[in-house]
Write a protein that binds this ligand. Sequence first.
Ligand SMILES: Cc1cc2nc3c(=O)[nH]c(=O)nc-3n(C[C@H](O)[C@H](O)[C@H](O)COP(=O)(O)OP(=O)(O)OC[C@H]3O[C@@H](n4cnc5c(N)ncnc54)[C@H](O)[C@@H]3O)c2cc1C
Length: 388
Amino acid sequence: MRTQVAIIGAGPAGLLLSHLLHLQGIESVVLESRSRAEIESTIRAGVLEQGSMDLLIQAGVGHRMQQEGALHHGIELAFGGRRHRIDLTELTGSAITVYAQHEVIKDLVAARLAAQGQLLFQVSEVAPEGIDTESPSVRYVHAGEHYHLQADFVIGCDGFHGVSRPLIPASVRQDYQRIYPFGWFGILVEAPPSADELIYAQHERGFSLISTRSPTVQRMYFQCDPKDDVNNWSDDRIWNELHSRLENRDGWRLKEGPIFQKGIIGMRSFVSAPMRYGRLYLAGDAAHIVPPTGAKGMNLAISDVRLLSQALDDFYQKSSSDKLHGYSEAALKRIWRAEYFSWWMTSLLHNFDDTTPFQQQVQRAELENVVSSRALSTALAENYVGAF
Ligand SMILES: Cc1cc2nc3c(=O)[nH]c(=O)nc-3n(C[C@H](O)[C@H](O)[C@H](O)COP(=O)(O)OP(=O)(O)OC[C@H]3O[C@@H](n4cnc5c(N)ncnc54)[C@H](O)[C@@H]3O)c2cc1C
């Protein structure tokens, strides 16, 4: 079997790359270890930056996002019993759309299948070979049969725990990492939205986030011990915790409803560089992770594959490898800015184990500065909508 580009992983990075390559007349095969039903139902990210929205629309896969996604022109920062609005559109001219990642996945899977794209689910034993030669390949098992797929390039879009990144020798790879001493307890709730826009709340009991998924399903998070067990948290205990952290003086009330999913996620900042070795290229979570506070993970996956699709287009249409050679450096520039923003938002809004009373006061003063200075609000807004 032969293709031009072998893509490992059908997350937002792998699927969008395959779709963009198809629009450019470049063949690819996507190998995914999970089932279609699983990837289309895993609840993860939900915020799309302006640039991500624009790319999905240009690529012809933004129709449902435009119809069903919620365009948000601002976010709120809550602290000290008050909510403060950051007007993203007034400050930057751009907005965000809240549209669940698994809906983006559904749209991309539908587009690949409609174009008779080669998208294989439930593959196992995926093993790239010869990545430091000009004829790499990938061995895998599908429906009990062993296959050997020859390609010009292998793209690792297989997430943080995938097989691709470890293939880059330790002697050329540098990993940068920070693990945070807290996690996020996330719930999905059947209820109407509590607010028109996302609320990021800082409180002495810890951070919380009120987000939405649809007019009837809401996503809420609160800072927790990453080693805690969801079984320790009854619905009543969760609502009490959220109410305490979101207490306010303006009469606003959180809307409760049946909780139908609970989970705890760890928080990590991670970058692996370079994002290329020979004919292997990495994109998305395979190369970097951000804590979700800045809502950047899916957006970075999208911006990586935008660059990679342009570089592969130049290679096939203009016989130029310049952009391929510059891919890692160009992608990392944006990634580090998003890493910085995600770390900053996390530090601004969370309680750290070793926070002293002095640091608490400084954190509060920084929040006051952000909401009262147009320059600082603009900097937050620019980073949030991805205007860099
Ligand atoms: C709770 C939560 C909330 C988040 N919120 C946001 C947000 O608001 N905004 C935002 O932008 N980001 C957010 N993120 C991050 C975002 O979900 C990820 O950054 C995004 O999924 C990265 O996409 P990806 O395609 O690189 O990787 P993934 O989505 O992880 O996809 C990788 C795919 O590769 C497959 N795979 C792995 N190994 C193999 C193998 N060996 N062979 C074949 N297939 C393999 C996996 O099954 C998976 O389908 C959030 C994440 C979490 C967990």
